[in-house]
Design a protein around this ligand. Structure first.
Ligand SMILES: C[S@@+](CC[C@H](N)C(=O)[O-])C[C@H]1O[C@@H](n2cnc3c(N)ncnc32)[C@H](O)[C@@H]1O
Length: 378
């Protein structure tokens, strides 16, 4: 990472190039904003995510009101925006884009499935990410969004751009990784986990849970909160994985906007949480930070479930709202992988609109709760 500092019209301008990789990078950043009596403008030229300490500093500078933050990467912009940090999204295509979005809201590309398959193959060969078995309707919607944003007219143009330009691939990668999540999402499922599954696992000396597609961490932290309440967190190791490395960094940070706190509290109560939701966080005016004790037993790392070899005889695998982006064949493959990575009689929790196939129900899994999509390894 490099930091360039300049001054113009009594403004200290700080340009940051690259991702923060080490403690030295963070110290370097702290030094760059130290003892500044004038306004500061910080521009993140390429970073897609930021570590905890930098976020905390930005929140502090933001609260002083003399700091202006500019961001080029969409991912980082939305992260800061969700945390209530005032920042401007810069994009070299910004002006064009505004005009285009206004005029092309109704524009529909005719996207041919065969052409899309060729594009997905090309991405696989060049970058090693295999989207060829993702759900076609969802892929189509996302390709449409990217083409609108990049002002591309044909799939061939997109293909050329993706193959020649890593940044375009990054756009595609981030667009394909849909990160919607919540604390105690579908609280009745978490209530069932708390009341039935976790007590059934409580006799184990060590418990291993894999939270697949964990997004920004709200799901594994929800689990950790319930485990702690049941006195089981200390003997549990949660592996929390996601294909998107930037969202994994957000998850590790454990910062969340407090804007949705009323919904979070309600979900927590419906999930039968036994304390107050806010007790699990350090609460600030606009954001909240998960308490350290919940982080200790969670190992966050990037992992693509499609070619993952993770197999730790898990007592529970939670993979919610991810399989729905795969086609039936890929779903079957991933479910088989879960089966072989699980302990005898381990639990599998899927999303509301996902399920194991009829044939797998016969051979691999018993249904524990039909509506909540909870299964047990046979
Ligand atoms: C819609 S979110 C669901 C988050 C959470 N499980 C929930 O239900 O609230 C899907 C997550 O799966 C991740 N994902 C997509 N493809 C993946 C893959 N092949 N391997 C691992 N994670 C993947 C995305 O990056 C995203 O964070």
């Amino acid at each position: 990472m490099d930091i360039y500092i300049g001054h113009s019209h009594r403004v200290r301008e700080i340009f940051i190039q690259g991702e923060f990789q080490s403690k030295e990078d963070i110290c370097h950043f702290y030094d760059s904003v130290k003892n500044c009596k004038t306004e500061i403008k910080i521009t993140f030229l390429t970073a897609n995510t930021l570590p905890c300490d930098v976020i905390e500093k930005l929140l502090y500078l933001n609260s002083l009101g003399n700091c202006c933050i500019e961001v080029f990467a969409r991912n980082l912009y939305f992260y800061l925006y969700r945390l209530g940090i005032n920042c401007t999204y810069l994009h070299y295509r910004n002006r064009q884009e505004k005009i285009r979005i206004e005029s092309s809201n109704k524009k529909r590309y005719s996207l041919n499935e065969e052409e899309i398959k060729v594009l997905l193959q090309a991405i696989y060969h060049k970058y090693g990410y295999d989207y060829t078995q993702y759900n076609m309707q969802s892929i189509k919607r996302r390709i449409h969004n990217i083409m609108t944003r990049l002002n591309l007219q044909t799939i061939e143009e997109l293909e050329a751009d993706v193959l020649n330009n890593k940044n375009t691939f990054k756009e595609v990668f981030l667009e394909f990784s849909i990160n919607i999540t919540d604390f105690f999402r579908d609280p009745e499922v978490f209530a069932f986990i708390r009341q039935s599954l976790l007590p059934a696992l409580s006799e184990h000396k060590h418990i291993k849970v894999w939270c697949v597609g964990c997004s920004n961490g709200k799901e594994p932290y929800s689990l950790a909160i319930l485990l702690e309440e049941l006195g089981m967190l200390h003997k549990t190791q949660i592996y929390a994985t996601d294909i998107n490395p930037y969202i994994i960094e957000e998850a590790k940070n454990g910062f969340y906007s407090s804007e949705t706190i009323e919904r979070d509290k309600k979900n927590y109560e419906m999930a039968m949480g036994s304390n107050a939701f806010v007790d699990s966080f350090h609460l600030e005016e606009k954001y909240m930070k998960i308490r350290k004790k919940y982080k200790k037993n969670i190992l966050f790392f990037q992992n693509n479930v499609v070619n993952s070899r993770l197999s730790h005889e898990f007592q529970m695998i939670i993979c919610r709202n991810l399989l729905m982006y795969f086609d039936v064949n890929l779903q079957r493959k991933v479910l088989e992988k879960f089966y072989s990575g699980m302990d005898r009689e381990g639990y599998l929790v899927l999303g509301r609109s996902e399920e194991v196939t009829k044939e797998q129900k016969d051979k691999l899994f018993d249904v524990i709760h039909h509506t909540h999509k909870i299964y047990r390894k046979k």
